[in-house]
Design a protein around this ligand. Structure first.
Ligand code: GLO
Ligand code: MG
Length: 344
């Protein structure tokens, strides 16, 4: 498949058992080896990792063991001609992170988070990947009075500084999300992420990752969130997916809810030569009803849709668009885009 210069990735969690808060798993767990094969088979280039996707059970392992297991994973990736796009510290599963990680009120919990983040960085180094994605899952509150939000923000800054100091080659992309699992998350938008990054000890090493659904949950347009980061050369990753309004984080196939919104994300990426800067990451999950043997179509369909939209965007008559902008004939411009999306 001609990928128009783009590279694609997904994470092991994107082949999912289909469990939700009110129902058990509906698909069998797929082991990592099979996920790797699927990634390769579907024409993806890179795997996204949580630290414990790469080194399962890392909380119980010492530094030498962690290094050795990470090296073994690197070998498996090499054998498949694949690479790690990023490694993300999973700071939301352990009992120490019940009330947050870097922003927990309990100093022991914060110390756990700091140590875990270092292990994640060590794993990245062994995987040949100095790029961390930082989704701040439990950094927020269910109850506004539960934490001091000013102190929490300062703690997040200190935590990012500590990671940057730990590894001088590390680059961090903050992945904002306004809610879920928390009611109120501290870094809800790209603006927050970039403001935090700008105050760190090395702003050049902090950027952002935009996830389409997270922007929608914040009531924002994903393509504008991407544009904001692109304007400052800070869009270092994307998690493309879709979201049907303000409800739980659905991680629907890219473009499956709002094709026009997907088109605009592709267009802003393509017009700003994102293919030279980053990987097109998907963060999609198969809907719960999908039988196990059919539960990779969300990945292949999202990739295909992206490439189709690249073609549509590139085929638009830019001269005509300029004329319509100059004439303020936005109805005609609207029709031009709609016609293209309907097949011309
Ligand atoms: C959840 C997030 C999550 C992250 C992943 C990488 O809503 O999107 O999937 O992207 O854990 O940090
Ligand atoms: Mg994501």
């Amino acid at each position: 498949m001609n990928k128009h210069g783009y590279k694609f990735s997904f994470g092991p969690w994107n082949i999912h058992e289909g469990a939700d808060p009110f129902g058990p798993p509906v698909r069998v767990s797929v082991d990592f080896a099979e996920k790797l094969e699927t990634l390769k088979f579907l024409g993806f280039d890179a795997m996204q990792f949580h630290d414990d996707d790469a080194v399962p059970g890392l909380d119980g392992l010492g530094p030498a063991e962690i290094r050795q297991k990470a090296q073994a994973m690197k070998k498996r990736l090499d054998e498949h001609g694949l690479f790690a796009e990023f490694v993300a510290p999973r700071l939301w599963e352990h009992p120490m992170t019940i009330d947050g990680a870097f922003t927990a009120n309990d100093p022991a919990a914060r110390a756990y988070a700091a140590e875990r983040a270092k292990k994640c960085i060590d794993i990245g180094r062994e995987l040949g990947c100095n790029f961390m994605v930082l989704w701040l899952a439990r950094e927020g509150t269910y109850l506004r009075e539960a934490k001091d939000a000013v102190v929490a923000t300062q703690r997040l800054l200190e935590a990012v500084d500590a990671m940057l100091a730990y590894d001088p080659d590390l680059r961090i992309a903050i992945e904002p999300k306004p809610n879920e699992p928390m009611d109120l998350a501290y870094i809800p938008t790209i603006g927050h992420a970039l403001a935090l990054g700008a105050r760190t000890i090395d702003p050049n090493r902090v950027g952002a990752l935009v996830e389409s659904a997270h922007a929608v949950l914040a009531g924002l347009d994903p393509s504008d969130e991407m544009a904001f980061a692109l304007a400052f050369d800070k869009l270092w990753g994307v998690h493309l997916n879709d979201q049907n309004g303000l409800k739980f984080d659905e991680d629907r196939s890219f473009g499956s809810v709002d094709l026009r919104r997907a088109f605009n994300q592709v267009r802003v990426l393509d017009e700003n030569r994102y293919y030279e800067k980053g990987i097109v990451g998907l963060d999609v999950k198969a809907i719960r009803t999908q039988p196990a043997e059919l539960a990779t179509k969300h990945l292949s369909n999202s990739l295909s849709l992206f490439l189709r939209l690249v073609e549509i965007s590139r085929a638009l008559d830019s001269q005509k668009i300029e004329e319509l902008r100059a004439a303020r004939d936005y109805e005609e411009l609207d029709w031009l885009v709609l016609s293209a999306l309907m097949g011309g």
